[in-house]
Design a protein around this ligand. Structure first.
Ligand SMILES: C[S@@+](CC[C@H](N)C(=O)[O-])C[C@H]1O[C@@H](n2cnc3c(N)ncnc32)[C@H](O)[C@@H]1O
Length: 176
């Protein structure tokens, strides 16, 4: 059972509102993230598996990772976020549009963001996502039922969203 200290706060989270507010356009802050990921993943030798722990309803952190890894697992605490991820993974017409982020990420990688290149990267990410799982930083096993260790871990604004206690936050980072 979760001992998540902020569970009641997260219960009222709205995935769509969050996406519109923080990812409605690329903007300077997201551009900095995409530049960071492009740099970091360009320097990474090919890896087998990547886990995004606490993906929320977002995939921006795996755009530049996809060419470098064979398999991607997305995860989040909230079912509503996992549902958003599934919509995108399955190319559902209601899915959030990540094309501007993919186009910008390609530019950060020094690639031309043609419609074909954007479509190809989206297909690559979707093909490499092998699971969208429940996770909870407060559990001893934060990704329940998953035994395999990951080669690459990405986790953006998750531990700090899961607790407001510094010691717990440090514990979460160790658990990851
Ligand atoms: C600020 S959002 C960050 C989402 C995404 N990584 C991003 O960069 O936009 C924090 C995320 O942490 C998740 N979260 C909250 N408590 C958690 C917990 N105990 N374990 C794992 N994830 C949790 C929330 O569901 C939410 O998606």
């Amino acid at each position: 059972m979760s001992t998540h200290p902020l569970a009641s706060i997260w219960a009222s989270f709205n995935a769509r509102t969050y996406l519109q507010e923080y990812y409605g356009d690329v903007g300077a802050e997201n551009l900095a993230y995409l530049q960071f990921f492009a740099r970091r993943f360009a320097a990474l030798p090919p890896q087998n598996t990547l886990l995004d722990f606490g993906s929320g309803p977002t995939i921006y952190s795996v755009i530049s990772a996809a060419p470098r890894v064979a398999r991607i697992v997305l995860s989040d605490y909230l079912a509503a976020n996992r549902a958003e991820l599934t919509l995108w993974h399955e190319n559902h017409p209601q899915a959030f549009n990540w094309q501007p982020f993919v186009a910008t990420a390609l530019g950060c990688e020094g690639l031309e963001a043609t419609p074909a290149a954007i479509a190809q990267r989206i297909a690559e990410i979707q093909q490499k996502i092998v699971a969208i799982r429940f996770c909870d930083a407060a559990l001893d096993q934060p990704l329940p039922g998953w035994e395999e260790r990951f080669d690459v871990l990405v986790s953006n604004s998750c531990a700090d969203a899961a607790t407001n206690d510094r010691t717990t936050w440090q514990q979460y980072l160790k658990t990851f």
